[in-house]
Ligand binder design. Structure first.
Ligand SMILES: O=P(O)(O)OC[C@H]1O[C@H](O[C@H]2O[C@H](CO)[C@@H](O)[C@H](O)[C@H]2O)[C@H](O)[C@@H](O)[C@@H]1O
Length: 385
């Protein structure tokens, strides 16, 4: 894949020494002390020291880890469980009054879409594929692929995932879409010279089909650091049964879904120690996953704005962006749409959650139904013209 560097990035400027200005990051976003990146290639992280786990207990990480993904629905066996199930169902029903089902609200949604161009943004895990124990087995069904393709045939459609862009492209496998990986820190979008002028770190590149595209990687300078951190995390978690570390190019993910809960503090401590060693990296929580990523002012919300600009769709009057996601990192995108009064978010969740999304869907099967309905509605509308 050919790459023609443009100018230096506005986010990451100045090729020489690694300092705050080299990273071009607003200083308020950066920790005020410590080395920018680790000085040693391999840092030794003591697994257990007396009292060391107090760090992660006192700073609330463990509570966040426990709350990070709802437990799967248990079989209702006796009266106690039945009562608990009733309570949680009632809570879900009352939450849905605030965040109605996008399926039940379909007529209202297409009313909003009349005379507007829909731009569709989709998260991958938990939206297009169900959450499963092994991230490598989170495959999208063929039916879902058809539904996504159908939507992409009518509306500009992008996937914005926490996974690496290459990985999510391999999983989805549709050439009709735009892809943003690493929580929006790695975007392949259409060539648009006004966008590359505004974002000088955009480089011209080519996609898998040899088509010219814009490649935007605002955290490019962090590539070797993430790689180093990934290798250290693999090394330091290798004794923890069930732990899995993924390298997503601009972020590293430490999964604890399959780790015995009594070992979660050890996982948390490994990540905590990395962040102490690399003050320019920060933590985000996903569904039973801790993610280490660069401290830069960029997220899925900014990626949505970037893609809308790239597609020439930032005119709020004629465009209706819709973002479907299930995770905390998707909230940045929901917020951008809500605060801009520009389109809306749909949260995929089977339990009540605090969210900036407007509508909700229960699970990926409802997402598929919604995408099918949208594609069919547009097809019928176009046929009637
Ligand atoms: O932004 P997304 O596309 O939703 O990616 C978020 C994370 O998804 C993956 O992890 C999640 O799904 C796994 C497979 O179902 C599940 O095992 C895991 O517990 C979930 O956190 C992916 O592996 C992560 O790296 C992504 O950041």
């Amino acid at each position: 894949m050919e790459m023609k560097p443009n100018h230096a990035s506005p986010v990451l400027t100045d090729p020489a020494p690694v300092t705050k200005s080299r990273l071009g990051i607003r200083s308020s976003l950066l920790p005020q002390h410590g080395a920018p990146f680790s000085s040693s290639r391999h840092i030794m992280i003591p697994r257990r020291k007396p009292g060391i786990l107090d760090d992660v207990r006192s700073n609330g990480w463990l509570d966040a880890m426990k709350a990070s993904s709802p437990p799967r629905k248990k079989l209702v066996r006796d009266f106690t469980f039945e009562a608990a199930a009733d309570d949680s169902d009632a809570a879900y029903v009352s939450w849905m009054l605030k965040h109605p089902s996008a399926l039940n609200s379909f007529e209202q949604i297409i009313e909003q879409a009349k005379n507007k161009k829909i731009a569709m943004f989709l998260d991958y895990d938990g939206v297009l594929s169900p959450i499963v124990d092994d991230p490598d087995c989170a495959l999208m069904s063929d039916d879902m692929r058809v539904a996504v393709k159908n939507v992409a045939d009518h509306f500009p459609t992008a996937i914005i995932s926490g996974r690496s862009r290459d990985k999510v492209y391999d999983l989805v496998g549709l050439t009709e879409l735009y892809y943003a990986g690493s929580h929006g820190m790695d975007i392949m979008g259409p060539v648009n010279s006004s966008v590359s002028n505004d974002h000088p770190s955009c480089v011209k590149s080519t996609d898998q089909q040899g088509k010219e595209v814009n490649l935007f990687q605002p955290a490019r300078e962090f590539l070797p650091v993430i790689d180093e951190v990934f290798r250290t995390l693999v090394e330091n978690t290798k004794g923890i049964k069930g732990a899995k570390v993924e390298n997503h190019k601009f972020c590293a993910s430490v999964h604890y879904r399959n780790v015995d809960e009594k070992n979660w503090p050890v996982i948390a401590q490994c990540v905590h120690d990395i962040l102490k060693e690399y003050p320019r990296l920060r933590l985000t929580h996903g569904r039973k996953v801790l993610e280490v990523r660069p401290v830069i002012d960029w997220n899925k919300g900014k990626a949505v704005e970037f893609l809308l600009d790239s597609l020439g769709l930032s005119d709020t009057e004629d465009v209706l962006p819709i973002y479907i996601g299930d995770d905390k990192t998707d909230e940045d995108a929901f917020k951008v749409l809500r605060e801009g009064n520009f389109g809306f978010g749909i949260l995929v969740s089977s339990t009540p959650k605090e969210t900036s999304a407007v509508y909700s869907l229960k699970d990926p099967s409802e997402v598929m139904e919604f995408l099918k309905s949208l594609g069919n509605w547009k097809k019928t509308e176009e046929a009637g013209k």
